[in-house]
Design a protein around this ligand. Structure first.
Ligand code: ZN
Length: 144
């Protein structure tokens, strides 16, 4: 782990985003990898106590994806960070992006039953606001 990661992970917004993505990953893993051995995530984020006592349980494969997601979130240079799906930087590697999409599609709707309802709703609202902003921007560009 380097200092920059640690410094970025001290930001409450970064921590909470990281918890959400790992929590959703755990829902996905529990639903799809029932036959695999799943254990509490071991990662730089976990070492920094980002997950508190609710360390998500993941199989080895999902843990690898979440370790990647932790780094991407920590090193995101956007502030405020846009909703990833609408970001024009797209810092994710193509294969990781594909995994993340598939994972979110499964875990997003199910997150309500797992205590992630509020972040889920917030996420949806943010996405709507973002689309509106982008639409307004596009309209402005056309006018000028
Ligand atoms: Zn898994």
């Amino acid at each position: 782990m380097n200092d920059r990661f640690e410094e970025r992970m001290s930001d409450e917004k970064v921590r909470s985003d990281t918890r959400i993505v790992a929590g959703l990953g755990a829902i996905y893993c529990a639903g799809n990898h029932r036959d695999r051995r799943r254990s509490p995530l071991v990662s730089d984020g976990a070492a920094l106590g980002v997950y508190g006592r609710r360390v998500p349980r993941l199989c080895d494969e999902c843990a690898e994806h979440i370790r990647y997601a932790e780094k991407r979130r920590a090193y995101c240079s956007r502030d405020p960070k846009p909703f990833c799906a609408h970001c024009d930087t797209q810092c994710y590697r193509a294969d990781e992006l594909a995994w993340q999409r598939q994972m979110m599609r499964y875990a997003g709707p199910r997150s309500m039953w797992h205590g992630y309802a509020i972040p889920g709703i917030k996420h949806a609202l943010e996405a709507r606001k973002w689309r509106k902003t982008m639409a307004a921007k596009a309209a402005e560009t056309k006018e000028s």
